[in-house]
Design a protein around this ligand. Structure first.
Ligand code: AKG
Ligand code: FE2
Length: 345
């Protein structure tokens, strides 16, 4: 019997026949109250950030929902539309689509090297593909990027939309980071350890992801396996399919898709900068049986060579951290993370 479903747009190992015994539900996911109802995540209003509420969200959860972020709904829906179209290009087309730009295409693992290329594939392939967009290299003034007149119009639109989206993300990250660190720095006399100086907007990058539907789910197949982000902060924008989960107090919490809201989570660098007051939160992405999922993440870091000085950690820079993660992925097979830099005793 020939497969009912076979998308050449996916990397070959993600292509599956549709299970005829398992028809797609008629209900649109976005109308499913079980999925879009409110969840227990703390909510922060970007237009009037309450520092105490923000502190509690960072200390207790390491993740919160951001409302009133000011990104135009029209930009978000155009991004959604164009990303879908670009992901629907054939796998082979996507592999060469952005070759004259700093944008890279990857799949199977979110672990990329500093050129945006996938590190060796993990034993368990993550069921996702994505584009990695280093924002500071996108501007036309950058030497790393020159306009290619043969560029595909859709991929060019996607790049421009991401550039605009990226400037909103920088605006949000800067304000959120300032609100977080103003409180952390209150009363600190030691200027060498002022938290507010660590964020470097020029390190920001965007990832656009597509997670295929998994017709026959099993316990080892994840859209993205459990991990913490290496960033200072990450800002996620998910569509209405759902699947993102955060770990807190021994339980996994599903993050309900709520239109026009963003999810902000703290990464490893924030944990180190705050000297463990705030935790880099574990999270993962589950696959949906019926629908593919799109999401977009923004990640921002300290400058590569800036030394992070925190009492619980040996002084280290983000480039030390990144090199250690890459080494551990090669030798141990997983990211050990901050433990590598913690002072003993
Ligand atoms: O797709 C998502 O919702 C999460 C992505 C993520 O956790 C990551 O890129 O680190
Ligand atoms: Fe993540």
């Amino acid at each position: 019997m020939s497969p009912l479903y076979f998308s050449e747009s996916y990397p070959p190992i993600f292509r599956q026949p549709k299970n005829p015994l398992c028809p797609e539900p008629k209900e649109d996911v976005c109308n499913d109250q079980a999925l879009i109802g409110s969840d227990t995540l703390p909510v922060i209003d970007f237009q009037c950030i309450d520092q105490e509420q923000l502190h509690e969200a960072c200390a207790e959860w390491g993740v919160f929902r951001l409302v009133n972020h000011g990104i135009p709904a029209s930009l978000l829906s155009q991004l959604d539309d164009i990303s879908k179209k670009v992901f629907n290009f054939s796998f082979e087309t996507k592999q060469r689509l952005f070759s004259s730009t700093p944008v890279t295409y990857f799949w199977g693992t979110p672990a990329l090297n500093s050129n945006g290329l996938a590190l060796q594939k993990p034993q368990n392939v993550n069921w996702m593909e994505g584009f990695n967009v280093p924002l500071s290299q996108l501007s036309s003034r950058s030497h790393a990027y020159k306009e290619d007149k043969d560029d595909d119009p859709l991929s060019t639109s996607l790049r421009y939309l991401i550039q605009e989206y990226g400037s909103h993300q920088s605006r949000l990250a800067e304000a959120i980071y300032k609100a977080i660190t103003d409180r952390l720095d209150q009363g600190k006399l030691d200027d060498s350890r002022r938290c507010s100086s660590y964020l470097s907007l020029s390190t920001g990058f965007i990832r656009v992801y597509r997670y295929p539907a998994l017709v026959q789910p099993n316990e080892t197949s994840w859209g993205m396996d459990v991990h913490t982000d290496s960033s200072i902060i990450s800002i996620l924008n998910q569509d209405l399919v759902g699947g993102l989960e955060f770990y807190r107090h021994g339980h996994w919490h599903h993050v309900h898709p709520v239109p026009n809201t963003l999810i902000v989570n703290l990464g490893d660098m924030m944990q180190a900068i705050s000297d463990d007051k705030y935790k880099s939160v574990k999270h993962r992405v589950k696959l949906n049986r019926y629908r593919e999922r799109l999401s977009m993440g923004y990640f921002v870091f300290p400058e590569d060579d800036t030394l992070i000085q925190s009492p619980s950690y040996m002084p280290f820079s983000y480039s030390d951290f990144r090199a250690q993660v890459q080494e551990d992925l090669k030798t141990v097979g997983y990211k050990v993370g901050l433990q590598r830099f913690r002072r003993r005793g």
